[in-house]
Design a protein around this ligand. Structure first.
Ligand SMILES: Nc1ncnc2c1ncn2[C@@H]1O[C@H](COP(=O)(O)OP(=O)(O)O)[C@@H](O)[C@H]1O
Ligand SMILES: [Mg+2]
Length: 279
């Protein structure tokens, strides 16, 4: 079995197990239905995550309004992937809660509502791009006609229409990223969790992808995107800066810069990161 194929299967079974565990174990206390819940699509409360003795997420609090593009920004190893996996229902927090659409994650009934694009592509290498989409579409409960129609739309969006019938193992890294994005949006989920979606994608296509993310956000889709590319941070409606498992600053790019009198998000990141080191 090919490496990426194995990853795909691991991802699916992992996600299913996490969801099923949640399904058969008692639910954590749900948030009281409130205006907070109506305003925010994603709410994270005091989330901590340990891998063995390693404290990877530290008291994370996050609120993401409906229809916003929210950027989680930080250097490699700071905990971005771990955080978004908890929100997407793939990992469980050691303590604290993550709510998506008012439900504590992981939650089986939300599987269809959250489009998740993993940092490492979860694709079947020996299947064609079209077959991969068909497979995921059927998991999401889409019928054949729907899958066919959406496949055409999403493949055009990621500029892979001509590669529909090629086996994924012949794809470059950037093509796999694009197919992964196509898969995450195939079933039109109201929530998108994208882990470094534009890595290895050329600038023009990257621009197109961001344009599409804006379009989706205008339609009400809530998008959480991780990045360590600073110029992408400026494209998000809201940002959270992360360092060593902690959120060190939150706000719009403008706010974060204005608060401390700097002209770029890089400078802001260095400033807030430096503050964190001193405390
Ligand atoms: N399954 C795991 N077991 C042990 N350590 C892990 C595991 N997954 C991630 N880590 C560690 O947690 C930290 C945060 O990782 P990650 O969330 O992938 O960060 P990022 O996405 O920001 O690069 C890193 O130090 C990483 O080595
Ligand atoms: Mg990561």
């Amino acid at each position: 079995m090919y490496n990426d194929e194995r990853k795909g299967i691991e991802y699916l079974s992992f996600r299913r197990t996490a969801m099923l565990n949640r399904f058969i174990t008692p639910q954590k206390a749900q948030n009281n239905s409130s205006s907070v819940e109506r305003t925010y699509c994603i709410i994270v409360r005091k989330v901590n995550k340990f891998f063995g003795p390693k404290h990877v997420l530290k008291d994370i609090d996050l609120e993401i309004p409906f229809g916003h593009i929210y950027g989680l920004l930080g250097p490699s190893g700071c905990g971005k992937t771990t955080m978004v996996k908890i929100i997407a229902g793939i990992l469980e927090a050691t303590s604290g809660e993550a709510y998506v659409l008012g439900q504590a994650m992981p939650q089986l009934s939300l599987m269809n509502k959250v489009g998740y694009m993993a940092q490492s592509d979860a694709l079947y290498g020996s299947l064609t791009a079209g077959e991969n989409l068909q497979f995921f579409g059927s998991i999401y409960g889409m019928n054949k006609a729907e899958i066919k129609r959406r496949t055409e739309e999403v493949m055009e969006l990621v500029n892979l229409s001509a590669d529909l019938d090629k086996p994924v193992q012949a794809f470059s890294g950037g093509m796999k990223r694009r197919l992964s994005l196509a898969m995450a949006i195939l079933h039109k989920p109201p929530v998108l969790v994208l882990d470094e979606p534009t890595v290895g994608i050329d600038p023009l296509l990257r621009k197109n992808i961001w344009a599409e993310l804006y379009k989706l956000a205008v339609q009400g889709v809530t998008i959480l995107v991780t990045t360590h590319v600073m110029d992408e941070a400026d494209k998000c409606h809201n940002l959270a800066m992360m360092r060593n498992g902690r959120l060190i600053a939150k706000g719009t790019s403008q706010e974060l810069q204005k608060n401390i009198g700097v002209q770029s998000i890089e400078e802001a990141f260095i400033y807030y990161g430096g503050q964190q080191d001193e405390s």
